[in-house]
Design a protein around this ligand. Structure first.
Ligand SMILES: Nc1nc2c(c(=O)[nH]1)N[C@H]1C(S)=C(S)[C@@H](COP(=O)(O)OP(=O)(O)OC[C@H]3O[C@@H](n4cnc5c(=O)[nH]c(N)nc54)[C@H](O)[C@@H]3O)O[C@H]1N2
Ligand SMILES: Nc1nc2c(c(=O)[nH]1)N[C@H]1C(S)=C(S)[C@@H](COP(=O)(O)OP(=O)(O)OC[C@H]3O[C@@H](n4cnc5c(=O)[nH]c(N)nc54)[C@H](O)[C@@H]3O)O[C@H]1N2
Ligand code: SF4
Ligand SMILES: [Mo]
Length: 675
């Protein structure tokens, strides 16, 4: 059997796999040549991914108000409606929503569709809900957001790794192999599978990481563990941060977070005495209305200990979605143009307008962020139509009942998906598309390594690629877009040239020959940049910037009516909104239904037993799920996975002022047994 090399359809580790097909049988074999999953590991989602291609719930033809229509009819209808709405209400009446699972080529063409063919400023994507806080904090400190500015294999040389709000044992199992040589310090309100591997587990109350990070840095200063020569040579702004720590003495931090001073001291000493150490953040620390400041506090700690930009040490964010890194670089974000350029930068507008053959003044300015965009749909002055690619916000957006109502209020909702997701079910027009192994395109993994997914199989008849759909709409709007992935990538290279995320020197051939190329890579002869901060940081003076930040409580605190914290996250078997994994039999068998995890003490107080159906209510809504009782969680907190519709009816859409990230990781709820 011949096989084709590609990568997993799911998370940002982008494990390498080879796909073979014989008759109706599709096989998946892990690739040993891809460093992220070296040794050929995959998690259970990767192993079972072939079922995505064959499962009977696949959409196979366009639907207009639920009725099968031809592609011509569907696209003609959409284009005619878009033109009519634009003529009546102006270009911003049409919105576009993308996803961090889309290839670089798709993300790029979607941004071009919005800015050139539709002329709308109203485009954003689900990555806003993912690593936007870490991105904002990295730009603030380092002048650049490349989630992990080093190869994952560097982690193998670490003595100590601090994981703040990340649970890779469930969210990226093969990644944990790279941590095998290190002692782990895990910060998580739950004793997760990752925390069980740790030397030290700090269990703060949800939403208190910022105080904890300030406390850790306070201790580092008090115990003279700061790397003064690194701070002097490679950073600016330490004095202001040092002064701001004065009020965060360890006992106060213990009172706010619940983490004993002794544990904090052990954590700081472990990091400071290590020869090589890393500080890594995940969504647990980032998905808060103060997520950006929280990440800044952890970056400050890493800088004070002299880690970033030193061989064998550093700070990194564990990017989540398959193309979470590339998806935030090429212009599907409200404030951005290709190459990680800013849409409000005149030089960036000039360059990109040149590649697109339009006038810079005709490019729209920045639009609304993801939640604000969804929340404006169908309101006076808000968009009347939305084109949505690669996201399922009815399940995954905060305060999701409100967002579902907004989507229903649109004059036109168009959803491109592989299956009838909860969001597609609300659409006027559903367009069925090809997926990973059926198409070619590039993905940029969590290390900033640009990878090539290759077409391994023919798609089922009746479906089209996202690029074809985008170009088909653009054509009907009077614009000629390339729709072949290789051609789109050539254009992306030119559009990104000279930008922060410079792909100009990257080609499909090079990626294939070198098993990936790290950006920035400005010319064909350039080797790529696995470790961009070694010599200097991409700031005007080449130094990293300390940013003083202050702790504040969660946007919603517990009270008599809503006395328990709710936090949300992931389980091993399911991916995101579950649109894909809930349709795979073995994954559904492993994790069949939504649940609420509660501590035995809380359960006893509420007279709840394992297996009971419980109702969880917040100020925004209510959901029911099965009780799971475990002392792995704090007794003041319950946990729910968000892979089923419901958990997000409860969550708080309070937004971070810098990143516009919602507060997915903490809100106040009431929990009761359903009698
Ligand atoms: N199985 C699986 N893997 C995935 C995904 C998936 O859906 N399923 N999605 C992918 C994507 S897009 C992403 S973004 C990543 C996410 O990867 P992670 O960040 O590892 O995942 P989460 O479960 O969202 O959150 C991590 C941990 O944060 C903890 N937490 C909750 N509140 C707080 C808090 O206030 N402070 C701290 N310190 N911790 C807190 C939770 O208990 C949880 O264990 O996973 C990727 N991989
Ligand atoms: N409460 C709570 N909510 C959260 C989070 C949390 O931790 N807690 N995490 C947030 C995070 S980090 C993220 S990343 C978001 C993710 O949430 P969503 O954006 O909803 O992510 P997915 O479920 O991956 O949605 C992807 C959709 O695209 C479809 N799809 C797959 N491949 C393709 C393709 O090639 N083209 C097209 N057009 N469609 C395709 C899939 O079938 C699926 O319906 O959720 C966020 N929501
Ligand atoms: S860890 Fe991520 S990329 Fe690897 S097999 Fe699992 S879901 Fe796929
Ligand atoms: Mo994510």
């Amino acid at each position: 059997m011949t096989t084709v090399d590609t990568h997993c359809p799911y998370c940002a580790l982008q494990c390498g796999m080879a796909i073979g097909a014989e008759g109706t049988e599709i096989t998946i074999t892990p690739r040993a040549d891809v460093p992220a999953n070296a040794g050929g590991a995959l998690c259970q989602k990767g192993w079972t991914a072939a079922e995505l291609l064959t499962n009977g719930e696949r959409l196979t033809g366009p639907l207009l108000h639920g009725n099968p229509v031809s592609w011509e009819e569907a696209l003609d209808h959409v284009a005619a409606r878009l033109i009519a709405l634009r003529d009546e209400h102006g270009p911003d009446a049409v919105a576009v929503f993308g996803g961090g699972g889309l290839t670089n080529e798709k993300a790029y063409l979607l941004g071009k569709l919005a800015r050139v063919a539709l002329g709308t400023s109203q485009i954003d994507y689900n990555g806003r809900f993912c690593m936007s806080s870490a991105a904002a904090a990295s730009i603030r400190a380092f002048g650049m957001d490349r989630g992990m500015p080093f190869p994952v294999t560097d982690l193998a040389g670490a003595d100590v790794v601090l994981l703040a709000g990340a649970n890779p044992a469930e969210t990226m199992p093969p990644f944990v192999r790279h941590l095998e040589g290190a002692r782990l310090v895990v910060i998580d309100p739950r004793r997760t599978a990752t925390a069980r591997l740790a030397l030290l587990h700090l269990r703060p109350a949800p939403g208190t990481d910022l105080a904890l990070a300030l406390g850790l840095l306070h201790l580092a200063v008090a115990e003279d563990l700061v790397d003064a020569s690194y701070v002097a040579a490679r950073t600016t702004g330490f004095e202001a941060v040092r002064t701001s720590l004065a009020s965060w003495w360890p006992e106060r931090v213990e009172r706010v977070t619940g983490v004993p001073v002794q544990r904090m001291r052990e954590a700081v000493r472990a990091l400071a005495f290590a020869r090589n150490a890393y500080v890594l953040t995940g969504r647990g620390a980032e998905q808060h209305a103060k997520g950006t400041d929280t990440v800044s506090a952890f970056v400050n700690l890493a800088l004070a200990l002299g880690l970033p930009g030193r061989p064998g040490s550093g700070y990194g964010c564990l990017t989540g979605q398959g193309n979470g890194q590339g998806g935030r670089e090429h212009g599907q974000k409200a404030d951005q143009l290709p190459g990680y350029r800013r849409i409000d930068d005149p030089a960036a507008r000039e360059h990109v307008a040149g590649v697109w053959g339009v006038r810079p003044e005709d490019l729209p300015g920045p639009g609304r962020s993801a939640y604000e965009l969804l929340d404006a749909l169908g309101t006076p002055g808000g968009p009347r139509a939305m084109l949505l690619f690669g996201s399922n916000p009815v399940v995954s957006a905060p305060d999701s009942s409100r967002i579902a109502a907004r989507l229903r209020a649109l004059d036109l909702l168009v959803v491109c998906d592989v299956v009838m997701s909860e969001t597609a079910a609300l659409a006027d027009v559903v367009l069925p598309v090809t997926q990973w192994a059926e198409e070619t395109g590039t993905m940029t993994n969590l290390e900033g390594r640009v990878l090539l997914r290759r077409r391994a199989l023919a798609p089922p008849p009746g479906v089209r690629g996202d690029l074809e759909v985008i170009a088909g709409l653009a054509r009907r709007l009077g614009h000629d877009f390339a729709d072949d992935p290789a051609e789109v990538f050539e254009e992306l290279r030119r559009a990104s040239a000279g930008g922060t995320a410079d792909y100009a020197g990257i080609t499909y051939e090079r990626i294939a020959g070198e098993t990936g190329v790290f950006w920035p890579c400005p010319e064909p002869g350039h080797a790529g940049t696995p470790r961009p901060f070694l010599d200097s940081f991409p700031t005007p003076d080449g130094r990293a910037r300390f940013v003083p930040v202050e702790h504040r409580p969660p946007a919603e605190e517990v009270d008599d009516d809503y006395p328990v914290h709710l936090t949300t996250g992931r389980v091993l078997a399911h991916y995101q909104s579950g649109a894909q994994t809930r349709r795979i039999a073995s994954l559904t068998a492993a994790s069949p239904h939504p649940y609420v995890e509660l501590h035995p003490d809380l359960a006893e107080r509420l007279a709840i037993e394992a297996g009971d159906l419980v109702r969880v209510t917040s100020r925004r809504g209510t959901d029911e799920a099965v009780a799971r009782i475990s002392d792995a969680i704090r007794s003041d907190t319950v946990f729910m996975p968000f892979h089923w519709e419901g958990a997000n009816r409860l969550t708080n859409p309070a937004l971070d002022p810098a990143s516009r990230m919602p507060e997915f990781k903490v809100c106040a709820v009431r929990v009761e047994r359903v009698s």
